[in-house]
Design a protein around this ligand. Sequence first.
Ligand SMILES: Nc1nc2c(ncn2[C@@H]2O[C@H](COP(=O)(O)OP(=O)(O)OP(=O)(O)O)[C@@H](O)[C@H]2O)c(=O)[nH]1
Ligand SMILES: [Mg+2]
Ligand SMILES: [Zn+2]
Length: 350
Amino acid sequence: MSAAQQRLLDLGWTPEVGRAFQPYRGAHRLARVCRVDRGGAALAGGMGAVRASFGGEVLRAVADDRLALPAVGDWTAVRDWPDDRVTLEAVLPRRTAIVRDSADRTSAGQVVAANVDVVVIVEHLDPDPDLGRIERLLVLAWGSGAQPIVVLTKSDLVPDPLGMRDEVAEVAPGVEILLVSSVLGDGVDELGALVRNGRTLALVGPSGAGKSTLTNLLAGVDVMPTGSVRARDGRGRHTTTHRELVVLPGRGVLIDTPGLRAVGLVADGGAVAGAFADVEAFAGQCRFRDCGHVTEPGCAVLLAVADGDLDEDRLARWRKLRREAALNAARRSGNRRAVVAELEARRHRR
Ligand SMILES: Nc1nc2c(ncn2[C@@H]2O[C@H](COP(=O)(O)OP(=O)(O)OP(=O)(O)O)[C@@H](O)[C@H]2O)c(=O)[nH]1
Ligand SMILES: [Mg+2]
Ligand SMILES: [Zn+2]
């Protein structure tokens, strides 16, 4: 195998990517986005690192749909010009995509990372883990098409990490949970074992959870700056400011992301159902198919709460996320009446 082929494999190349690139062969080079900045991206391909500005086709597509903006993890076709310019001409179809709401809520959202195999939800044990945030990140992950896993960091700072893991397990049905201490090294090898066969792992979670610390430990070198929590201001200053793809040669790929302050979701009902498989299972047993789980007779959800099988707070968060998903669906369909109706319904429920 040539060095160029090996580099592409290290970047997570698959035959599927090769097929998607076929139409561009000859005039273009295949490269994966490592970092996006204004007007361009840093990429890596068979020939090594390259910087490219966005080509006309890409800019036209972005004007129509913000999701077309190249994102970290995207496979792309880049073109070299005689005057040494390099342009990113096309984003190949994404196998998976982590999509969050745009900060201003005016557009469809933004792609946090593309072509991810495993979404690593990183949450600290100290301060206490935020269960609602983990749930939202799980919805984000289920909506991406990638496999979620939860990593609980700073296990060295709490007396009962196992007990805390069990609490988190209640809001993460069917999801593997790892306890990690980057200080003691506990659990780091287990996480590292997931970085293999050219797989791509994306680390998401709040600022200060230890995403970059883990990235550095797994990479074996300090590729990302990390920050002391105490030095952050009250609003939780972010140490990592860019999403960055890091290649672990012969193993796989890590994508480190800045802490998500508020996780705006562009989730659909399916993603919420994935993250709340336990609640959905109860709901499937209600007597009425259109049960609202409020006062209906034969409601299996209310029965589960009464029996102590379902936490009331989790149920409330499920309701809220489902309403958000419904509102998003209405927004996306461009149906103004549906949006207004959903907002009205929301006001009445308050
Ligand atoms: N005690 C302890 N401290 C940790 C652990 N992991 C990370 N830290 C510390 O937590 C602080 C924040 O770590 P970072 O890796 O910068 O956190 P981050 O998630 O990348 O944060 P952002 O880049 O702002 O999103 C640093 O001071 C780390 O040394 C851990 O397992 N135990
Ligand atoms: Mg960081
Ligand atoms: Zn019901």
